[in-house]
Ligand binder design. Sequence first.
Ligand code: TXA
Ligand code: MG
Length: 354
Amino acid sequence: MTGGTDWPALTEAAEMLRQGSTVAFPTETVYGLGADARNTAAVEAVFAAKGRPSDNPLIVHIADPAALTGLVTEVHPAAAALMNAYWPGPLTLVLPVRPGVLSPRVTAGLDTVGVRMPDHPVALALLSAAGCPVAAPSANRSGRPSPTLAAHVLDDLAGYIGGVLDGGPAGVGLESTVVQVQPDGTALVLRPGGITAEQLAAVVGPAAVAAVPEPAAGSATAAANPAPRAPGMKYTHYAPRGWLGVVRGASPQRVAEAAAEQLAAAKLGGEVTGLLLFEEHQALYPAAAADCVVSLGSLASPEEGARSLYAALRRFDEAGATYILAEACPEAGLGAAIMNRLMKAAGGSIIDAG
Ligand code: TXA
Ligand code: MG
């Protein structure tokens, strides 16, 4: 027990879900905080534990694609093709919700629901044993980096949730890609994630993948933008406690020079500094360029960066960092999702090294 939060065994956890309690569990992306998606009181407990705004809908998790027909009214052939290719896996499909099955709190009043089948043995076993659709947002306090370890869940939510199932570190490390297939068959990416644009294009064709433009945080266009998007994307997210800026520039040398200069100035000003970099660039920085230096691994392996990003952001918190700079990375493959999360964590603050 940790502050009222239990470490149940799997069958016990499934029973807790059926009884209307909340249980955090591992998925291949990040840890989720689960509740029976049909039970409004249970779903409300998820929103309360996270401090999540009630207009931000939850993703519903299923163990078997056959369960989808009970939850939605229609599946576009392009959506079916994507499911065939990537379920189980880090892909959420937004589909027209079947009225009267799920708690209206899950969909936040929308006429659509996001559904996914996670690719994790513990998650699948829990979902099968519970025998109900499970609503599960990432198991962090709203606005904090998503949890990639059971310990991160407890750091944020101990005492506020019924239990945690420990499945070790999450494999992908970033959340699922949220896609809404348009009537014309275009796969509209509402949130980039574990399934890359390239992977979507391999199924629906490169001309049929579109991304919702990201308005700058807090800009007038954020409110005025009529394009459909994941409601959650408008909130500041994934943020460490200190100030974070993303540094980009024409070359790694320029980025390192500009970042080192800013960090030195910040340190003189009394800040506790942090630096998030890629392994290849470490040698471009002076020794002790920041109080806390964390590597996202090799630029050649965005998978490694994705896996370690949220834990890295939490490490800056542990170090008490108040001023953090992060190197930008190329937006190919999983790099797109990494940059999306970094830019959100930075609240849009960019330092252009020229
Ligand atoms: O990988 C994941 O997706 C993880 C694991 C636990 O499955 N879950 C997750 O949930 O990231 P959450 O709640 O942190 O993010 C869900 C995102 C939010 O941006 C939300 O606005 C969007 O999905 N979303 C959910 N239902 C939607 C809907 N009907 N229409 C548009 N966006 C939706
Ligand atoms: Mg989340």
